[in-house]
Design a protein around this ligand. Structure first.
Ligand code: ADP
Ligand code: MG
Length: 404
């Protein structure tokens, strides 16, 4: 009896045992959380894969576009010479001219524009703004000069004149409107090399806070064969863009020399560049805030067309400095030098015929004499030997020019 009881008890306790709900719930919650985490992970992976897929698609598209572009025939870049209704004369870079059709979509085309031309038909298919300014900026010097009027010795009258014709119209154009006169569009500085023409041009750019665009005439015709005229055009466009501007054309005689024979293609090329220069000068108004300063050592060979009224019609001679000028130039260049009882007027007396550039060379050379002798001050003797050295060098240079 007791045995069966015991068995009963055992069975009972096994089968009717209360289930542990709490533990089970905990387990379930845990697995839900695990599944949720897994779900999150999977959806993260999915997102990443989608991103990758769209990146790859983009790559593919780009490559495809590139491939298609590579398959297209290249177009020629040409310049429009003249327009005739729906046709135009264009010039290829090699100088050959063609008469061709213009695509209907191209309205407001102008002569001088750069266009794209189909290689086979030579018809104009598109207009381009080759960023010319970038091109020009590579070829000319553009700066905001820091030269001050105070750094110029002598040239009082010349400075006054430049202020009047360049600085005043740029600073106070109203004044000219009120009075009712037109300032010159530009000036021509002429005189021997080294007398301060570039210096003056930079100083007036500084005093007017103008962009200074420097071009060298001889480079324009030598370096940019076939491109001179275009470059001139681009320079003026750039000048207007960066106005107020001063265009400084050094060695302007290289462009505007009286033409002795016009036979060679080189001559014709110069001619074209020069014609463009005249056209540009004529094309802007006296009170536009672009001014031109030309400089030359050879006023004698200059084509008078450039100095006609309405062009660079103010001529300013920049000559060799007189005694007073030389003293002032020496003062400018010795200002920061440590001088030991140097009578500058004595140096002035010894430097008749020296240019400003030569006087500066004298000062530098005198400084070198002191350095060579381990001194930190410069004496009159240093200056005397410097004067002789610079004189000799100048004579050698002159001989070289004379004998080639
Ligand atoms: N009048 C002057 N006053 C002070 N320095 C001068 C003067 N003229 C020339 N120089 C010096 O000679 C340098 C060359 O002169 P620059 O203006 O280039 O002459 P140019 O353009 O007439 O050939 C100047 O940078 C300056 O240092
Ligand atoms: Mg110069």
């Amino acid at each position: 009896m007791a045995k069966t009881d015991a068995i009963k008890k055992m069975v009972y306790s096994q089968t009717v045992q209360e289930p542990d709900y709490e533990a089970e719930t905990k387990q379930l919650v845990a697995s839900i959380e695990r599944l949720e985490r897994e779900n999150q992970l999977i959806s993260n992976t999915l997102n990443r894969i989608e991103e990758e897929s769209s990146m790859l698609k983009e790559l593919f598209n780009n490559a495809n576009v590139e491939l298609n572009n590579l398959k297209k025939p290249a177009l020629l870049v040409a310049e429009v010479v003249s327009l005739h209704g729906d046709k135009a004369t264009i010039r290829l870079p090699n100088g050959n001219k063609f008469f061709c059709y213009i695509s209907k979509e191209l309205i407001d085309l102008q002569s001088g524009d750069s266009v794209l031309v189909d290689q086979k038909s030579l018809n104009v298919v598109d207009k381009i703004n080759i960023n010319n300014n970038y091109d020009v900026e590579k070829y000319v010097i553009i700066e905001k000069p820091q030269e001050n009027w105070k750094e110029i010795g002598g040239l009082k009258e010349e400075i006054r004149e430049i202020k009047e014709v360049i600085e005043l119209p740029l600073k106070k154009p109203k004044l000219f409107e009120e009075v009712g006169i037109q300032p010159p569009k530009g000036v021509l500085l002429y005189g021997p090399p080294g007398t301060g023409k570039t210096l003056l041009a930079k100083a007036v750019a500084h005093s007017t806070d103008a962009t200074f665009i420097e071009v060298v005439g001889s480079e324009l015709v030598q370096k940019f064969i076939g491109e001179g005229a275009k470059l001139v055009k681009d320079i003026f466009t750039l000048a207007r863009l960066k106005a107020p501007s001063i265009i400084f054309i050094d060695e302007i005689d290289a462009l505007a020399a009286t033409r002795m024979d016009t036979g060679t293609s080189g001559e014709r090329e110069v001619n074209r560049t020069f014609m463009q220069l005249l056209a540009e000068v004529d094309g802007f108004k006296p009170l536009d805030n672009v001014k031109i300063i030309g400089a030359t050592n050879r006023a004698d060979i200059l084509d008078p067309a450039i100095i006609r009224p309405g062009r660079l019609d103010r001529l300013i001679e920049i000559g060799l400095p007189n005694e007073e000028g030389r003293l002032e130039i020496l003062k400018v260049h010795t200002q920061k030098m440590n001088l030991n009882s140097v009578a500058l007027d004595k140096i002035v007396g010894l430097t008749d015929g020296f240019t400003g550039a030569e006087l500066r060379a004298v000062c530098t050379e005198a400084g070198f004499c002191a350095i060579r002798e381990n001194r930190n001050h410069v004496t009159e003797t240093d200056f005397l030997s410097a004067v002789e050295k610079v004189r000799l060098e100048a004579e050698e240079d002159a001989d070289e020019q004379f004998f080639g």
